[in-house]
Design a protein around this ligand. Sequence first.
Ligand code: PMP
Ligand code: GLN
Length: 400
Amino acid sequence: MPGRPSQPKDCVADRFSAFGTTIFAEMTRLAIEHDAINLSQGFPDFDGPGWIKDAAIRAIRDGHNQYPPTGGTPELALAIADAWRDQTGLDVDPARQVTVTSGCTEALAAAFLGLVNPGDEVVLFEPFYDSYRACVAMAGGIARFVQLRASEDLGTFQFDANTLREAFNERTKVVLLNTPHNPTGKVFTLEEMTLIAQLCVEHDVIAVTDEVYEHLVFDGSHIRLATLPGMAERTLTLSSMGKTFSLTGWKVGWAIGSAELTRAVRAAHQFLTFTTATPLQHAAAAAIRDPGDSITRLLDRYRQARDFLCAALSDLGFRVYIPAGTYFIMADHTAVSGPLGIADDAQFCRYLTTEIGVAAIPPGSFYSNPADGGRFVRFAFCKRRETLEAAVERLQKLRP
Ligand code: PMP
Ligand code: GLN
């Protein structure tokens, strides 16, 4: 129609206006544009095991191509329930307590939408994985942040117990715990998790745990919140196969919890995606039921990658917080960026990508106040050795 603008104005709903484009997509785009080695977005630059891919191809050929049940294929739900029993000693009914989702991302969205009413409070540790805050906003919840602060002495990130206690009140519905933690690489200790569990019980709060890095632990061990006293009934455990099997694009995830918590997840899941790709569920079931030595081998590989990149970054003057888990390194860049006259994480990561040819994530978008992440940079080391070596060679240009 003449005189009418062809695009509607302000078409993005207000609930998303604060979030913009995710930093992962933005940095990967910038990396491609500048031909930079991409240590920003966390995905392996090598493929997952061939036998898992073959299982998916076979499932397609065998005709597993129509909608599965909304909770997941019976084979995958059972494989998840059996693995859960082996890991925790807890029995879950695969039909009523396991929900297969499209990645952990969808499990998170379904959990928040299914559990949180407008005005309910959700406790988040920051820095946080970026989808949490957007999901809380989609549900109309209010996020309360508890910061993990870098401890120079301990070389790790810690929260203050009193700050956590103060974050819980009668409006708190959910606390989200991500361990092993992206982006800090922190693996929460039994003492820390015991306090979180006690607060949940005391305030009648539901815990949602994001355990996508459950198998990527180098130091210490992965503790599952659901196994702590009083927590089996009030914990919804979320995970996915992307990191464990180096198949991040498959987006097969799940939620494990009581029948009641599962009802909440499914209330949302049925209208979000309804189901998750059937043949990939068949392959996921095979992988989870019998991973062979694939996880141990991956862990060895990542341990070497972690040690290599941590040493190289320290040598360049970064203050590295050695990750106990995940495939990320958080480092303080100020000793390197200061002499270059660079002030913050966003500026430093842009400089790294465009001038040095190595892309990394500015962690500001993982904080409620982005300035709190200003002195940090996050590198992903889920890459082939030659990729990491090439990146380190380029980073030598940072030497004064
Ligand atoms: N949680 C965390 C902490 C992550 O780092 C990621 C990374 N992808 C996800 C959830 C999303 O998992 P998925 O790819 O299975 O959706
Ligand atoms: N989890 C990955 C990371 O933290 C990427 C996820 C994504 O691109 N949304 O880098």
